[in-house]
Design a protein. Structure first.
Ligand code: GDP
Ligand code: MG
Length: 161
């Protein structure tokens, strides 16, 4: 892959995306992954997990004081979750746009939440919301050895060669 310039600034940005238990139960895994693939992002980590309350407590530190926090814990431990790391230029911001507003009523049609959800308590997918949070979440959910650095054959068409 000597022909590809993978050192383009920002191309190595990574974000954590999780398909929540409602998304898994509703058989939306394929449709969700498809949106990231077709956009041109690169999958560097993928696994199905039963999330522990310990991990969730760290993942959702910012929600700990919220009245709905216990119900979020219950929801997120109600079944398997599909955790992924996606990489690409501006992937954090682009993913938040792709996922849509936290409240499905505010999520635009065409976004995952806007297309697949109705209520904030069952909004199908999680995505990191900033570079700092993305770094924290990726290291919380994945071991380094679970993240694969590979070059996609269409790299030169997604980015300039
Ligand atoms: P996100 O980054 O868009 O997922 O939103 P937040 O970080 O603010 O909240 C995390 C998750 O908590 C959301 O995705 C929702 O599933 C859940 N959540 C947020 N607000 C509410 C609420 O008012 N009620 C309930 N039941 N859940 C909420
Ligand atoms: Mg958040």
């Amino acid at each position: 892959h000597a022909n590809f310039n993978t050192d383009i600034p920002g191309v190595k940005e990574r974000t954590l995306v999780a398909i929540k238990p409602d998304g898994v139960q509703r058989r939306l895994i394929g449709q969700i992954i498809k949106r990231f693939e077709q956009r041109g992002f690169r999958l560097v980590g993928l696994k199905m997990v039963e999330v522990s309350e310990e991990l969730l407590a760290q993942h959702y530190v910012s929600l700990r004081k919220k009245p709905f926090y216990p119900s979020v814990l219950q929801y997120m431990t109600s079944g398997p979750v599909v955790a992924m790391v996606w990489e690409g230029h501006n992937v954090i911001k682009s993913t938040r746009m792709l996922v849509g507003d936290t409240n499905p009523a505010e999520a635009a049609p065409g976004t995952l939440r806007g297309d697949f959800s109705v209520h904030v308590s069952r909004n199908v997918v999680h995505a990191s919301d900033s570079p700092e949070v993305a770094q924290k979440e990726i290291s919380l959910w994945f071991q380094r050895s679970e993240l694969i650095d590979w070059v996609c054959c269409d790299h030169g068409n997604i980015y300039h060669p």
